[in-house]
Design a protein. Structure first.
Ligand code: AMP
Length: 276
């Protein structure tokens, strides 16, 4: 596997490659990331992954400082998976002029609802780095996880805004045996917190199973209360249309629906979602 640290080296390595699949990550890799790499390897001549903890998308410095870093383990997973190259730039390489005054991306409604509401500026920071990475790698195919449901919608919008010739492929959420969505942030949980966190997936599946027998508001309330008994503080638990992310007050047979959750456990912010 080639480990590449600058955009110039990247261009030299990729010139002439006919089909490039790309998986951007923030590291502390797990099977969720590796699943994306494996999918890309099936569909492209060359597959690359980037590891870059993007300072521009964190709302709090402390969250950035505590973001798990585990590069030795990451390298081992990437080598085992057979990834062709790893792009591992420094902050200065990606933001030579700093990241305080970034390009503004007009994300409209997506930037004001759910993650947009609770993490102001977060998606603009995500767009800034994904835009730069796409310009550097110039892949045909970009692989992202449905775990970050709203982020996938934002990146679709970014591709429209920038008119980059990149196809976005969204892959299903990989879960632990107890249903917890795999996440780098899970590494920050204690063993007890880690097992409590499985309540999130249980709550989402309960809502999915009972969608024909109860109102969303009643199921939402019960779920928030059951999460609270596990010390999980809900930021939002919302029902939305999968195509537009418009919030729905109740189940609606005419819409494709998704339930989205964000909350905190032991100071760690966790998100998950389930399509109904
Ligand atoms: P991150 O390193 O958390 O920024 O994630 C990098 C990419 O991996 C994003 O496209 C995520 O949606 C995806 N990803 C993270 N966790 C999972 C998971 N459990 N299943 C599938 N994809 C995931």
């Amino acid at each position: 596997m080639y480990i590449i640290k600058t955009q110039n080296e990247l261009r030299a390595y990729l010139t002439g490659k006919s089909s490039i699949g790309f998986v951007p990550t923030m590291g502390a890799l797990h099977q969720g990331h590796i699943g994306l790499i494996e999918k890309s390897m099936q569909e492209n001549e060359v597959t690359g992954c980037s590891i870059f903890v993007n300072p521009a998308q964190f709302n709090h410095q402390s969250d950035f400082d505590k973001y798990p870093v585990n590069i030795e383990n990451d390298l081992e997973l990437l080598l085992t998976a057979g990834c062709d190259f790893l792009f591992l730039p420094t902050v200065n390489e990606m933001y030579p002029h700093g990241f305080q005054s970034l390009q503004h991306y007009d994300l409209g409604y997506l930037d004001s609802v759910l993650e947009g509401e609770f993490r102001p500026g977060h998606f603009n920071g995500v767009c800034a780095i994904v835009h730069k990475l796409l310009q550097a790698v110039m892949p045909q195919n970009l692989y992202m996880g449905a775990k970050d449901f709203q982020q996938c919608m934002v990146i679709k919008r970014l591709l429209e805004i920038t008119a980059l010739p990149v196809q976005l492929i969204i892959c299903p959420t990989e879960r632990e045996a107890d249903g917890l969505a795999m996440s780098s942030r899970n590494l920050r949980l204690s063993a007890e917190g880690r097992s409590r966190a499985a309540t999130i997936y249980k709550g989402l599946t309960h809502i999915r199973q009972h969608q024909y027998s109860g109102s969303f508001a009643a199921l939402q309330n019960a779920c928030i209360m059951s999460l609270a008994t596990q010390n999980i503080e809900t930021e939002y638990l919302a029902l939305a249309d999968t195509d537009t992310l418009q919030l729905l007050p109740d189940f609606n047979a005419g819409s494709n629906m998704v339930v989205l959750f964000a909350g905190r456990l032991e100071g760690v912010r966790l998100i998950d979602n389930l399509t109904l």
